[in-house]
Design a protein around this ligand. Structure first.
Ligand code: GLU
Length: 461
């Protein structure tokens, strides 16, 4: 059977780093094996699910280029199907109606805690125990699964190896709530079956749910999919990844100026490896990806490494593409790239120095926004040298080499050292103490702009 994987997010927030990594692994596994990748939205938590989150998750996946072949399917549109399957389970004796009230459940919980036991449902509405007990008329029942009480349940996890749980640890879980909405464990099994999922790849926070799901598969007499539980992602301090460790939303990385291929490359290395390879294309990743090399221990999120990778991708990206991205970033800051040198040439000059699009936009701003303010006291000899330079710049051929010659000659004839002239020149022309090579900056600014800015500062003295 051909491989079918899925990503099944709950739409209760944006697509975060952990979710994106799970989606990436599921996607890559399907692509590696020429299979299908299915997107399913698990929106049964009515209080926390929002349409906004659905859109944010789809947007994040699209930005990362994780294309899906089927879906998105929405669980809340499949309620009739869950009801039908729950009905089959009741008919075959694997599930039953439970009429226990919230108050009764709470009382039971208290008693168990008082006895030092783990709170769990006691199976009091199992048909064999509730014989002759009339169901209360005014209370709509939930449907519970009849979990085997003896023996154990296990599977061979494709990441973690063999895992087993004693059945005595599992109580009779609710499959369908009184309002007809399935619980997570039931919805997942029905959907994984209906969608013919062959490989369930998900976060290892679900390891405890898998035995319950296996029981339901077995009760339905269906073949189990393979399970692969990928370890979680921790911050550098060993704590579960959270906002404290930097951005956790995938789209925040776009807004902060990361390239999607850099983030994909980084996520691929979070808990998976291919020898010592650090930088590789998505195509290589797909051709290499396997579950055997997914690490068993938690991965550590390292923002510096991500920034380093992004820098490598920026350097390798075509200037025209970066110009579009930087142009958008400038525009969102209210800066137009139309009244200045061609953005592509500015990018070519700056890109070695930046590790994000946002940083590139910061640097590029000096070519497109000039306030005319520069707080600098010019010594008499420096001011004089700048005037001489200005006169020279009015006539030199406008290229980097000639501009450089002019700056050096004037520096020398005025008895100055290069920084004594270059530093004020930078400040007057760009408002910044640091820029790329000053001759390159002048060349790009253009003769007219350079002369106008210098005149602004020197001729008002
Ligand atoms: N909706 C679940 C989650 O977001 C999916 C778990 C699964 O893949 O089975 O954690």
């Amino acid at each position: 059977m051909s491989v079918r994987t899925r990503f099944a997010p709950s739409p209760t927030g944006f697509l975060h780093i952990g979710g994106a990594r799970t989606a990436l692994f599921s996607w890559a596994y399907a692509r590696r094996h020429g299979g299908k990748f299915i997107l399913r939205v698990e929106d049964t938590d009515l209080e926390r699910s929002t349409g906004e989150s659905v859109n944010a998750i789809l947007e994040g996946m699209q930005w990362l280029g994780l294309d899906w072949d089927e879906g998105p399917f929405f669980q809340m549109q499949r309620l009739a199907r869950y009801k039908q399957v729950a009905g089959h389970l009741i008919a075959s004796g694997h599930a039953y109606y439970d009429y226990m009230s919230r108050e009764e459940l709470e009382a039971l919980r208290k008693e168990q805690l008082a006895r030092g036991e783990k709170p769990r449902y006691d199976g009091r509405w199992r048909p064999e125990r509730a014989k002759g007990k009339p169901p209360p008329k005014d209370r709509p029942p939930v449907i519970r699964f009849r979990t085997p009480e003896e023996g154990e349940v296990g599977w061979h996890d494709l990441v973690k190896g063999p895992i087993a749980f004693p059945n005595s640890e599992l109580d009779d879980l609710v499959l369908l709530r009184a309002d007809g909405v399935p619980t997570y464990n039931f919805g997942v099994v029905v959907d994984d079956l209906d969608m013919d999922i062959t490989h369930v790849i998900r976060g290892d926070d679900h390891v405890n749910n898998t035995p319950r799901q296996i029981h339901i598969f077995n009760a339905l007499r269906k073949k189990l999919p393979s399970f692969a539980h990928v370890p979680m992602i921790l911050g550098a301090d060993g704590e579960r990844l959270s906002k404290r460790h930097g951005a956790v939303s995938v789209m925040q990385y776009r807004d902060d100026g990361y390239l999607p291929e850099a983030l994909v490359n980084y996520l691929a290395r979070l808990g998976w490896s291919h020898g010592d390879e650090e930088m590789f294309s998505k195509e290589s990743f797909v051709s290499w990806f396997d579950l055997e090399h997914v690490s068993r221990s938690p991965a550590q999120f390292n923002p510096e490494k991500l920034a380093w990778l992004n820098q490598q991708y920026l350097k390798a990206a075509p200037d025209a593409r970066l110009a579009r991205l930087v142009g958008d970033a400038l525009e969102s800051r209210g800066i137009s790239a139309d009244n200045g040198p061609p953005l592509e040439r500015v990018i070519a000059l700056l890109k070695e120095r930046a590790s994000t699009i946002a940083q590139l936009a910061d640097e590029a701003t000096l070519f497109y926004r000039w306030t005319g303010e520069a707080t600098i006291e010019l010594a008499e000899n420096v001011s004089k040298a700048l005037r001489i330079l200005k006169a020279r710049l009015a006539t030199v051929p406008w290229n980097r080499a000639a501009i450089n010659d002019a700056i050096r000659e004037v520096t020398k004839s005025s008895g100055l050292k290069l920084p004594q002239l270059a530093m004020p020149l930078r400040l007057l022309l760009t408002g910044r103490p640091q820029t790329p090579s000053i001759d390159a900056v002048l060349e790009l600014l253009g003769r007219e702009t350079v002369l106008r800015r210098l005149a602004h500062h020197l001729e008002t003295d």
